[in-house]
Write a protein that binds this ligand. Structure first.
Ligand code: C5P
Length: 231
């Protein structure tokens, strides 16, 4: 099981990270949330540019980013209490800051930039190179780790995804509304599914996990049955 690589893809808030964490725990794998890397990079740009970020053209942004990649270190550190990976940006814990609506509203535009994808995908492949990893995202099975032994594609209704996101946001953004979250998820779906570079797509060899109406435990059970059969 040490060499095992599992790729999990799906839309925003489909439950892929929750499933990835549960599988990691059950099989003793390291969980890598690739979306957290796009979010941390977005936070880095937001901190530098503030409100001006939205005014930059893609070209200006890419030009600036080229001068910054060498100074941007995104890493995961295991929390000793929860045993879960926490996202760090230049050694600073940013796990909750990267989950705010401000970051969610910007991240998909930044994730479309070619140099951003190259920068992060290289790191994602390195993180998975030794195996023992479950990685979740949008293009993991289709592009980042095409040789993963197991590929899962998680789906849920938009209503459930909004509810789930609202639950998570209650902690950091108590004033956020259903409409706001729904609009953000739909906008990100559109951006993620229609970008030219490695769009969100179900890999041909991915197993679809429908988690609508199921508990976390039931979803894990379904995934584990499939994994055990496939190995
Ligand atoms: O998974 P999460 O919703 O946190 O991802 C945030 C954003 O990062 C996505 O909306 C998408 O634009 C981008 N992303 C990506 N490729 C991945 C993971 C995330 O483009 N593998």
């Amino acid at each position: 099981a040490n060499q095992l690589v599992i790729a999990i893809d799906g839309q925003s808030s489909s439950g892929k990270s929750t499933l990835a964490k549960a599988i990691a725990k059950a099989l003793g794998l390291v969980h890598i949330d690739s979306g957290a890397m796009y979010r941390a990079l977005t936070l880095y740009a937001m901190r530098y540019w503030g409100d001006k970020l939205t005014q930059l053209s893609a070209q200006e942004l890419e030009g600036w980013l080229q001068t910054q990649y060498a100074h941007m270190q995104i890493s995961f550190v295991k929390d000793p209490q929860t045993q879960q990976n926490q996202t760090h940006l230049n050694q600073e814990l940013v796990e909750s800051e990267i989950r705010t609506m401000e970051v969610s509203n910007r991240v998909s535009k930044i994730a479309q930039l070619a140099s951003v994808r190259t920068f992060l995908i290289d790191q994602q492949r390195l993180l998975a190179a030794k195996g023992g990893v479950v990685m979740d995202g949008r293009d993991i099975g289709s592009n980042v780790l095409p040789n993963a032994q197991i590929k899962l594609f998680v789906t849920t209704s938009i209503h459930t995804r909004v509810q789930r996101r609202l639950e998570e946001l209650k902690i950091t953004d108590p004033n956020v509304t259903y409409q706001e979250v729904e609009a953000n998820l739909k906008a990100r779906d559109f951006d993620d599914e229609n970008r030219s570079l490695a769009p969100l797509i179900q890999a041909d060899d991915a197993m679809v996990i429908k988690n609508e109406g199921l508990t976390k435990e039931e979803v894990l059970e379904q995934a584990m049955k499939y994994i055990q059969k496939a190995l």
